[in-house]
Design a protein around this ligand. Structure first.
Ligand SMILES: Nc1ncnc2c1ncn2[C@@H]1O[C@H](COP(=O)(O)OP(=O)(O)OP(=O)(O)O)[C@@H](O)[C@H]1O
Ligand SMILES: [Mg+2]
Length: 232
């Protein structure tokens, strides 16, 4: 069992934050202190001269922690681009040390730290330093959030392959219905194919439900949390 996990996805918008919120709530239910982290958030809206990191705020709300926002989210940018690109356009430099010292402070204080990436594992954080490198340096095991429908076998297996080539530890895949699609033959057969060809377990399938606090989502995420986090 691990003290921290890194939540990545096969793509942007697959439900990393939704799943992270649910896992955070499941862990809190068990009486553990859990802290989220979103090292870099892009696509933040500008309100009265300040950038609003929506994912970070959702994660903070789910966890109930009272920490400086700059520790939980050291970098935020306005442009909805990969971190390295957004930083360059906005004239900022992303410093690996700042992310590490924030993670270090938080992870020492909490039972569990749940870190959400941006985009997928090959998204660049700065220069040629990818999320794969960040996950490797943070020494965190991974959860991959995938889409349920057509194309997900390819995206999920590519992600698993990249992660395994880097020598990272995958806890498993969560298939998440971030949109309300009908469950056809593709959706029914994909989990088994991913497990067989990817060699990583499908930890659970999260249906489309508007509210991450919905009891049905919570039950599923509690079961997933019990498999991968010290929450029994
Ligand atoms: N299981 C679900 N049921 C209903 N809505 C969902 C579900 N999963 C995700 N969503 C919704 O889909 C949208 C995208 O999800 P989310 O923001 O979690 O994706 P993400 O992978 O974190 O995206 P990003 O790459 O921007 O961080 C959000 O509006 C979210 O509330
Ligand atoms: Mg997100």
């Amino acid at each position: 069992m691990t003290k921290g996990i890194f939540i990545t996805g096969t793509d942007t918008g697959v439900g990393k934050t939704f799943v992270a919120e649910g896992l955070i709530k499941a862990v809190r239910e068990k009486g553990l202190n859990v802290c989220p982290m979103k090292p870099v958030e892009t696509g933040c809206r500008l309100r009265q001269g300040r950038l609003i990191p929506a994912d970070t705020l959702r994660l903070i709300r789910a966890s109930g922690v009272d920490e400086e926002i700059d520790l939980i989210n050291p970098y935020r940018f306005n442009q909805p681009l990969a971190p390295s690109v957004a930083a360059e356009i906005e004239g900022m430099k992303i410093n690996r040390k700042r992310i590490f010292s924030a993670y270090d402070r938080l992870s020492k204080k909490y039972d569990i730290t749940i870190v959400e990436g941006a985009g997928g594992v090959m998204a660049p954080v700065f220069k040629k330093y990818l999320f794969l490198d960040l996950i490797n340096d943070l020494k965190l095991p991974l959860v991959i959030v995938s889409r349920p429908g057509l194309g997900t076998i390819n995206h999920t297996l590519l992600t698993i392959d990249a992660v395994k080539n880097k020598g990272l530890h995958i806890l498993g895949v969560i298939i998440n219905y971030s949109v309300n699609i009908k469950k056809g033959l593709t959706e029914k057969t994909n989990p088994e194919v991913i497990e067989k060809l990817g060699g990583s377990p499908v930890l659970g399938i999260v249906p489309y439900l508007r509210n991450p606090s919905d009891g049905r989502v919570q039950k599923i995420l509690e079961r997933i949390a019990a498999k991968i986090l010290p929450v029994s």
